[in-house]
Design a protein around this ligand. Structure first.
Ligand SMILES: [Zn+2]
Length: 161
């Protein structure tokens, strides 16, 4: 289970300012120890003084999963990578368009169920036993599966071709 906490805006700004301030101190020390002009190094590394937001890598919470959804074959699934930070997706989805769980495209998708058969995982549309099952990589398998009840009234999946 994961817990999300919203950081108050003022606190976030303080944190950002602190990080930028520490960047400046670090760069100043490096410039001094190398005998370089401090102001020139700061200008080149930090820009013209306009405060830029800094992506923050959190030591805790960084294990949260990327919120993007990815398409593989005919399947859409949550991105398996980790977030770069609390407020950023993974390194792949940091740039470009994100498809999120709240996107109508994803919200309107039917939910298929995972069925293990013969050591392999298949995705099956529980509402349509006539549709072909999908392999784990999203490609069509040449089998169909339907859910039935056995003698003891347990739900089991059977293969139909
Ligand atoms: Zn991602």
């Amino acid at each position: 289970m994961t817990t999300s906490l919203r950081i108050p805006r003022g606190l976030w700004k303080d944190l950002e300012d602190t990080v930028i301030q520490q960047d400046r101190q670090f760069l100043s020390e490096v410039a001094r120890s190398l005998g370089l002009p401090v102001n020139e190094v700061l200008r080149r590394c930090l820009g013209t003084g306009v405060v830029q937001p800094v992506p923050v890598l959190w030591t805790s919470g960084s294990e949260q999963a990327c919120p993007a959804w990815v398409q593989q074959g005919a399947l859409w699934r949550p991105c398996p990578r980790l977030r770069l930070s609390e407020t950023l997706p993974c390194h792949v989805h940091e740039r470009g368009h994100l498809v999120l769980a709240t996107d109508p495209l994803i919200r309107d998708l039917p939910t298929w169920v995972a069925v293990r058969w013969g050591g392999d995982l298949y995705w099956v549309d529980p509402a349509d036993p006539t549709s072909l099952a999908l392999r784990e990589d999203g490609t069509e398998a040449e089998i169909r599966m339907r859910r039935i009840r056995d003698r003891d009234d347990r739900a089991i999946w059977v293969i139909t071709r």
